[in-house]
Design a protein around this ligand. Structure first.
Ligand SMILES: [Zn+2]
Ligand SMILES: [Zn+2]
Length: 658
């Protein structure tokens, strides 16, 4: 008999992270012909210094869905990107090193940015792995890497050739602190304030006439609205934020920045006549400040001298390409062709006006299609007083500390508490409840293992368990289990992970532990009880697996791996409903009465100061529970000498027809 030794979450989580990594449990399978579920993961800014528990929310919420889809049999493509080009990284490096940009060369500055980028992405990877995020780490990109530069430059030249990217001198939003032009979406959203403030630095912006690159968005508002209506928004009302933004656009997208660290424009200007010379597509990526154009002489005036475009692109010009960057991470072109449009874009609501909007622009111009089928919007984390968690306010516990003290499963449990799309308060009590749930699973498994052999094989039995002569309470718990499977599946299909947690709390803590396990204690050695425990616990572990990946894997490895023959619970199939478990109406009603009697007996014993096992001389039924076999059960379970029918209900007991 396998005995569970010690419930140590730190040791467990470290060991299982390694097990998943060593066995490539989350690797995308290029050879598989199962349907693909692809995720356009938000590439975080690598200035990871600002990470806090709020980030745990949005990433784990999307990940619950990914794990569910994996168990539903999809070939999950779950890459990770890092958004390390552009102003956010520059600002981070400037602050960290107290840099005066007039006293540092472009080369030195970019070098520092690249170093920070590397450090940041390692911090992220460590934290996400600790949190149990099931990303395929062999599929990563960074928005400054050659692949992303090539695609951003390809996109720009395409738009230029279509006449959608144009250069113009006009008064444009200008940040005097960052010394660059800005786009409308770079302004901070301040309700009622007439001031336009740059969201990265808080400086009030001016309008200064400069020559910039723009991408036409004002002429395609209707098309963008129509495209937005093809997306499935979760929750649905988030579509309004997108439409409000599109309808409120005042300027075309100013896409050039007078900065250092970003993707260069693949453009030269003729020194003689100013003609715009785009790079040869086959040469991308290029840096015009270092490379020469492919042509020898200007086609317009014959001049042989060219001036490089020294601006860099808005960081969104790259991240807006993410849905067609990620397929490039797959070598087999037949397979990568199936990854666009992506299945899911998870992201925060505050970047609907940027990331979703710009992505829609690119997808419309390049492919005339939506870039992904579903959009899942997360709210942000709030502190216990309801303020947004932020590095600036310092109102958070270090994510490393939280993980060390409570474990990933407990933190993920807290993250499931948030209603889809809504902000979610940090709640230590909820994290503790997550830890209790982990312990409760452990203890329930320990109890079951006292009776059922680890790796015991019930596979030969018909799914409904008829062969085991099930007792009424066995049939009842399987009926309730069937309902839980249906509710959890239905909720996950709607991206409502919070509902899953509620259903499981009720089923596992209440129905299974508080009732079923108590009711069968006296006959737990019978095959019927063993079979039922075995099935209920296995199914519960699978239903919890997307939310609590560590404890469920641990118990699966100890108890069920042999039976299932699958190396990890996260590669097993999601439980299916079983019509054989549905009870007849009358039988179910009798069990409802039975449970009411159980409650009443517990209350009565407590009131009389009797312990569970103490004998109760006489008990009067409170319901119309008529089955004699159920009455006898109550007598045995609760040591009752005599049970009499409820007052005023004198009908004789029904014969024992269970
Ligand atoms: Zn600024
Ligand atoms: Zn020329």
């Amino acid at each position: 008999m396998a005995i569970l030794q010690e419930n140590n979450f730190r040791e467990r989580e470290d060991r299982l992270k390694k097990f998943w990594q060593d066995n490539q449990i989350y690797a995308f399978d290029e050879a598989s012909d199962r349907p693909i579920y692809s995720v356009d993961t938000p590439p975080p800014y690598v200035s990871a210094d600002h990470l806090h528990a709020g980030h745990f929310l949005s990433y784990s919420q999307a990940e619950f869905i990914v794990r569910y889809k994996r168990m539903k049999g999809y070939n999950v493509f779950y890459p990770m990107g890092f958004d390390d080009n552009g102003l956010p990284t520059e600002r981070f490096v400037e602050k960290k090193y107290h840099i005066d940009k007039s006293k540092i060369t472009r080369h030195e500055f970019v070098k520092l940015c690249l170093e920070e980028t590397k450090i940041g992405s390692q911090t992220y990877k460590r934290l996400w792995t600790d949190l149990g995020i099931s990303v395929d780490w062999s599929k990563t990109y960074s928005t400054i890497d050659p692949l992303c530069q090539r695609i951003s430059q390809w996109s720009f030249i395409e738009l230029y050739k279509q006449g959608k990217a144009y250069r113009k001198k006009e008064p444009m939003l200008w940040c005097s602190f960052c010394q660059t032009a800005l786009a409308q979406a770079d302004l901070e959203e301040r309700e009622g304030s007439p001031l336009n403030v740059h969201e990265r630095c808080g400086t009030v912006v001016e309008f200064i006439p400069t020559t910039q690159w723009f991408i036409d968005v004002l002429h395609i508002k209707d098309e963008l609205i129509a495209l937005g209506r093809e997306l499935h928004w979760y929750p649905t009302h988030m579509r309004n934020m997108y439409e409000d933004w599109v309808n409120g656009l005042k300027w075309d997208w100013c896409v050039s920045r007078q900065r250092y660290y970003g993707v260069p424009f693949p453009i030269w200007f003729c020194k003689g006549c100013g003609e715009i010379i785009p790079a040869d597509m086959s040469k991308l990526p290029v840096d015009p400040t270092e490379d020469s154009p492919s042509i020898e002489a200007c086609p317009a005036c014959g001049s042989r001298e060219f001036i490089p475009d020294s601006d860099v692109m808005d960081t969104w010009a790259t991240s807006s390409c993410s849905p067609f960057i990620i397929p490039q991470l797959v070598e087999n072109k037949n397979v990568s062709g199936k990854i666009f449009p992506n299945s899911l874009r998870p992201q925060g609501f505050e970047i609907i006006r940027t990331w979703i909007f710009y992505t829609m622009v690119k997808a419309y111009y390049h492919f005339g299609t939506i870039p992904f089928a579903d959009v899942m919007i997360a709210g942000h984390g709030q502190d216990e007083r309801g303020r947004k968690i932020s590095k600036r306010l310092g109102n958070y516990i270090e994510p490393e500390k939280l993980l060390a003290e409570y474990g990933a499963d407990a933190i993920r449990y807290w993250a499931t508490g948030a209603t889809l799309g809504a902000n979610h308060r940090f709640d230590l009590e909820d994290i503790k409840k997550g830890k209790h749930t982990v312990n409760k699973l452990w203890n329930a498994a320990k109890f079951c293992l006292t009776y059922i052999e680890a790796r015991q094989n019930f596979a030969a039995s018909p799914g409904s368990g008829i062969a085991y002569n099930l007792e009424p309470e066995d049939k009842w718990i399987l009926h309730e289990l069937n309902n839980a499977i249906r509710s959890c599946s239905d909720a996950f299909e709607r991206y409502e992970y919070a509902e899953v947690r509620t259903v499981l709390s009720t089923f596992f803590w209440g129905t299974f532990c508080d009732y079923y396990l108590e009711l069968i204690k006296h006959r737990a050695t019978q095959e019927s009880a063993k079979y039922t425990m075995f099935i209920c616990l296995l199914t519960t572990l699978k239903l919890y697996a997307p939310i609590l990946p560590f404890i469920t894997e641990e118990l699966y490895q100890l108890m069920y791996k042999g039976h299932e023959g699958v190396e990890s619970i996260h590669k097993t199939r999601w439980p299916e409903c079983n019509n054989g478990w549905i009870m007849g109406e009358q039988a179910y009603e009798q069990m409802k009465y039975f449970i009411e009697e159980v409650d009443a007996i517990r209350k009565e014993k407590k009131e009389k100061g009797l312990r569970y096992k103490d004998v109760l001389d006489i008990y009067t039924l409170k319901t119309e529970m008529g089955m004699a076999s159920l009455r006898e059960k109550l007598q045995i379970i609760f040591s009752i000498q005599e049970i009499s029918p409820t007052d005023g209900w004198t009908e004789t007991f029904m014969p024992n027809n269970s």
